[in-house]
Design a protein around this ligand. Structure first.
Ligand code: GLA
Length: 388
């Protein structure tokens, strides 16, 4: 994110609200390398921040009013009274920033209002956490302006609460933590049970590789049922197995656990995905930490995709086509990323193969009659920060 962007967002704020903003903040979208649908099972994830960010120009107000405007949505300024903010009262984009203000006040923080202008380059509906970026940028701005002294992981928890309760989407904690806590040049190994974190250096370019994000342009929406059904199924599995969360089933005990689930066919598939996915995250982390050739994570990504497609059943023809085409055109690994049912896939490739793989995917989409996918390179970028 350049200084020029911060400047543009600040000057639009001035036009809208008639004064300079108190400051400008940025928070990134994320891509998840491995660890999918493990976060609401207290498991492991490994996202990194994208260069794409939500940027917010913000000023304090003392009169209990919240004014919101977005450069990305048609329409004027939305004005809300803080006392009127109520869970699930808003079905528009404004629910994300308003939800954060609601969650902060609910947690006892004396936020008395704000003027906010937002502008985001995180593709929305692409499984790249555009919502989390909006939430985190607002939370960080208010944390600074009201001197709340909250740490990144605490802001992430509040943002998750905003999304769960105010917006009404039962998401886990990965996206908000990634946006708040990621560091440039690193992937974030996060234990979602206690939010303990480890920054793992992840510099593919140094080893002659690239990570591509392929946005299938199939829009997903988490509040629409399927995500919640998977989550409920996992919780049922944990209850049947007598554990707090599926994280507590050790990989070595998986077969025994599956046997105990008897004729709960659907739950068995969900449990198998979550337990094997946690183990895949641990394998990727130890490979990256061992200093071995990073290419060796490729097959683990492919295993992860098969598990999401066959056990968790959240892939779609477009995502499968990206993965299959990438692999037959020489990719080292590929898998869907994010919540599923559309959105994006990632492709790990030799730098020298990137053009051929991109071309093959684009042609395969055209041949299948799918929308043209958007392909870009993802470099691990900075987490949320003040930019002006
Ligand atoms: C969405 C949710 C996350 C996580 C992923 C799947 O991105 O917001 O909490 O559950 O799906 O890994």
């Amino acid at each position: 994110m350049s200084e020029a962007v911060a400047e543009t967002v600040a000057s639009r704020f001035s036009e809208l609200y008639g004064a300079e903003p108190d400051g400008v903040w940025a928070a990134p979208g994320r891509v998840n390398l491995i660890g999918e649908h493990t976060d609401y099972n207290d498991g492991f994830v490994m996202p990194f921040a994208l260069p794409h960010t939500a940027v917010a120009a913000v000023s304090r107000r003392e009169d209990g009013v919240l004014r919101l405007h977005s450069a990305d949505v048609e329409g004027g300024v939305t004005e809300l009274r803080l006392d009127d903010l109520a869970p699930e009262s808003d079905k528009n984009w404004t629910a994300y920033p308003a939800g954060v203000v609601w969650a902060l006040r609910e947690a006892g923080h004396a936020v008395t209002g704000a003027d906010i202008h937002l502008s985001s380059t995180v593709p929305s509906g692409a499984g790249l956490s555009s919502s989390a970026a909006l939430e985190v940028v607002v939370a960080l701005a208010l944390n600074d302006l009201y001197a709340l002294g909250l740490r990144g992981w605490q802001l992430a928890r509040l943002c998750q609460r905003a999304e769960n309760v105010y917006v009404g989407a039962p998401v886990g904690i990965m996206d908000q933590t990634a946006s708040a806590c990621c560091e440039q040049g690193h992937a974030l190994f996060l234990d979602t049970r206690d939010l303990s974190q480890k920054q793992i250096p992840f510099d593919l370019a140094a080893e002659g590789m690239r990570l591509l994000v392929v946005d299938t342009q199939v829009k997903h929406s988490h509040s629409e049922g399927e995500y919640g059904k998977r989550r409920a199924g996992c919780e049922k599995g944990a209850a049947l197995l007598g554990v707090n969360a599926l994280r507590d089933i050790a990989y070595d005990d998986l077969d025994a656990a599956l046997a105990r689930l008897g004729d709960e066919e659907e739950v068995r598939h969900l449990v198998r995905h979550v337990v094997t996915e946690d183990e895949r995250v641990e394998r990727v982390v130890s490979l990256l930490e061992s200093g071995d050739d990073t290419r060796s994570i490729g097959p683990i990504l492919v295993e992860g995709h098969a598990s999401l497609r066959d056990d968790f059943r959240i892939s779609c023809p477009e995502l499968d086509l990206v993965v299959d085409t990438a692999l037959t055109s020489g990719a080292l690994g590929a898998r869907m990323t994010g919540g599923g049912f559309g959105g994006s896939a990632i492709v790990l490739a030799e730098e020298t193969d990137v053009d051929a793989i991109t071309k093959a995917i684009t042609e395969a989409f055209a041949a299948a009659g799918f929308k043209t996918p958007r392909v870009f390179e993802a470099v691990p970028s900075a987490g949320a920060r003040r930019v002006r």
